[in-house]
Write a protein that binds this ligand. Structure first.
Ligand code: GCV
Length: 669
């Protein structure tokens, strides 16, 4: 049965208009001069957006937007939709207005990617109900691990002045199906919940709402003390419970569709329930009870590790697995994809699959904290797909991504990094999409559909993650970054008095015997946290996939690898291949000049110069340093070092944890 909405859109001709190519239009760059006639029987903010999007850009057959309540559409859920060619027109159908908005963007994507639209019969339903961005934005406008300028949110101007970028942000998210945003840093200020701040949050929520984007807040567990003046934040204390209940009531009176809380507790110095000898479950459940009457949720992070003797990679599992089944049903435990911390490559976190009675969501990092910031091209869909190669999508409840968005004109610093925002949204909708397919459609919409451009660039993007892994940390090496800013290589880094698990030597364990962290049964036995069949594979140096070898094993320098090379040679070849691949990405881009506007061409070229520079820096720093242990020669095919170890050891970049270095700050070749 259709409800009585019918919007007819008639095609009108248009002319193409040129505009500055500064990257600000993201992948939403269709000519919007179509001025199609729209016949609309119902109006609402969301439907108006859907109608306008189609009427301004659609150049195909007449189209209708229809709300349905039939079983076929109900089976697609609140946000699913159909797109069908029927009787000479295209019908977009859904049970909800947001579903129709998503359908509108899908239709326009088909047009922008020049898909065959003669007979459309599309049924779409998101795999995850929660597809959510996490901003690590601070109240002072800085963005922790953000490399695209300052925060988009202008707190000092809100709620009176509204930047047009807020709506542009919501639109971009809706166009790829992202339906939630946590707008502040997980290292949360208690002030996030002040009445004054909540009014600002409400202003954003009002703008986002028609785009189907709900607002969430990161909260500081000690807010009842810091903000409420209580003498405790103990989750079992009645006054504390009442404080949260009242605060939640206040939030919902301002923002009726508020999504809920994200909590980093007892992690890296943040307060939490363990301060009162309570468990994470007790802390999470206390907040969940306050949110439950309004339909709100708690996303409770499992990113915990203390300076104990226990291998850092084991700690989240050790602390959370015993709590399986103890969380209320509106709590989702948010787990980083790997057991350590968003390294260029990690095995999946063993909590996935272990906590069978607790809803879990995966946290990916879109911002490139450990992948060359916004200087390097690292298309991350292949890395996220690797996770889904081990963790079946239907065993988790939701997907979160730490954003790479800032107030830079092009949103993400590197124009090609927009693809990671895009890919996150597309995979959160459907994790079985192929990385290549997502790259291709992003390139077609963002640059040109010319096959001479799309073909080589799809390949370059898809290869880029492996290139970065190779020139930074191949074969399972991890966390050998410079202290704090996590940009360049510092495998030698030694800070007196620092926590051992914040220093590279904790992770690479280089010595005269070999390299790598022994997490097998002879070492920390982290392998035992995986299901038996996989634990066995990881446990043996002979069966462990080589991409994880140094993650799970301390491997002798002369160990024979599958290629027949020794570990030392193999390491050298990987770094060398990474450098070659970085050069090849740059060459591909150079050949794309005829297909790209000059502004974006130059901006990307410049960042690729830095990427090649950094690949040399990483290769030289790591190989020269590890050579002091292996005492072995470089194979002759490996490019001679350009830097000297002594010089590299002196490098200290003048950047903080929210800046991206410029070429002049880097060690000079
Ligand atoms: C928001 C890593 C990052 C921190 C980040 C933390 C987290 O340690 O370096 O900047 O803090 O992860 O995810 O909580």
């Amino acid at each position: 049965m259709t409800r009585n909405l019918l919007i007819s859109i008639l095609f009108c001709g248009s002319v193409c208009m040129a505009s500055a190519e500064d990257g600000s239009r993201l992948w939403l760059r269709q000519d919007t001069t179509a001025s199609a006639t729209v016949d609309c029987m119902l109006q609402s903010p969301t439907l108006d957006i859907a109608r306008n999007e189609i009427s301004r850009a659609w150049r195909g057959k007449p189209a209708s937007l229809q709300l349905f309540s039939d079983p076929a559409h109900e089976a697609l859920g609140k946000e699913g939709y159909t797109i069908r060619t029927e009787n000479g027109r295209i019908t977009l159908g859904s049970v909800s207005e947001t579903g129709l908005l998503y359908a509108a963007y899908h239709l326009l994507r088909l047009q922008a990617t020049e898909a065959d639209m003669t007979r459309l019969d599309i049924r779409e339903k998101p795999v995850y109900d929660l597809r959510i961005l996490n901003h690590w934005d601070n109240p002072d406008g800085t963005v922790e691990r953000g490399y695209a300028g300052h925060s988009l949110w202008k707190w000092e101007e809100l709620p009176d002045r509204i930047s047009p970028r807020y709506e542009a942000y919501a639109r971009a998210n809706a166009s790829i199906g992202i339906n939630g945003t946590v707008i502040n840093n997980v290292n949360a200020s208690p002030q996030a919940l002040s009445t004054e701040n909540l009014k600002k949050v409400k202003a954003l929520a009002d703008i986002f709402r028609p785009y189907g984007l709900r607002v969430y807040l990161s909260v500081n567990f000690a807010s009842p003390i810091q903000l409420g003046g209580l003498d405790t934040a103990d989750p079992l204390d009645k006054k504390v419970q009442a404080w949260w209940k009242d605060k939640v009531h206040e939030i919902y009176s301002l923002i009726p569709d508020f999504g809920g809380f994200l909590v980093k507790a007892n992690s890296e110095g943040q307060p939490g329930p363990c301060d009162y000898q309570r468990t994470h479950a007790e802390g999470a459940n206390m907040m969940a009870r306050a949110l439950k009457p309004y339909g709100g949720i708690v996303m409770w992070r499992a990113f915990v590790y203390s300076p104990t003797d226990s291998d850092r990679a084991k700690q989240a599992y050790l602390e959370f697995n015993p709590l399986d089944g103890k969380f209320l049903d509106n709590v989702i435990v948010q787990v980083k994809n790997g057991p350590v911390d968003f390294q260029p490559r990690e095995p999946y976190s063993p909590l996935f699959g272990a906590m069978k009675h607790t809803p879990l969501m995966v946290e990916f990092q879109i911002t490139q904290e450990y992948l060359g910031h916004s200087n390097h091209l690292a298309y991350l869909a292949p890395m996220w797909k690797e996770f889904f190669g081990y963790v079946r999508p239907n065993t988790i409840r939701a997907m979160a991504g730490v954003t790479n968005i800032g107030d830079d004109t092009n949103w993400c610093g590197h124009d090609l990094a927009q693809a990671n925002w895009y890919a996150f949204g597309r995979l959160a909708w459907n994790p079985s999409l192929a990385s290549e397919e997502i790259a291709r459609e992003w390139l077609q919409q963002t640059f040109t559909t010319a096959p001479e451009f799309v073909g080589p660039m799809t390949k370059a993007m898809t290869d880029s993650h492996e290139a970065v892994v190779n020139y930074m940390m191949p074969l399972g090496l991890h966390h050998i970054f410079a202290w704090n800013h996590h940009y360049g290589p510092e495998p030698w880094c030694m800070i007196p008095g620092a926590r051992p698990d914040w220093l590279p030597s904790y992770y690479h364990q280089a010595d005269k015997e070999g390299l790598g962290f022994d997490r097998s049964h002879t070492g920390s036995n982290a392998v035992a946290q995986y299901p038996d069949s996989l634990a066995k594979v990881f446990d043996s140096i002979d069966t462990c996939p080589e991409k994880f070898l140094l993650w799970f094993h301390h491997v002798p320098w002369k160990h024979q690898m599958k290629s027949g090379h020794t570990l030392w040679e193999e390491l050298c070849y990987h770094y060398n291949d990474g450098l070659k691949a970085a050069r090849s990405l740059h060459d591909t881009w150079t050949a794309m000049k005829p297909y790209v506007d000059d502004e974006r061409y130059q901006a990307i070229s410049h960042r690729m110069d830095i990427q090649v520079h950094d690949a040399i820096w990483w290769k030289d720093a790591c190989l020269l340093y590890f050579q002091t242990f292996s005492k072995m020669k470089f194979p002759k095919e490996v490019e001679k070092p350009s830097f000297r170890l002594k010089e590299l050891k002196k490098v200290k970049l003048p950047i903080t944890n929210y800046e991206c270095p410029t070429m002049d700050m880097l060690p000079q070749l």
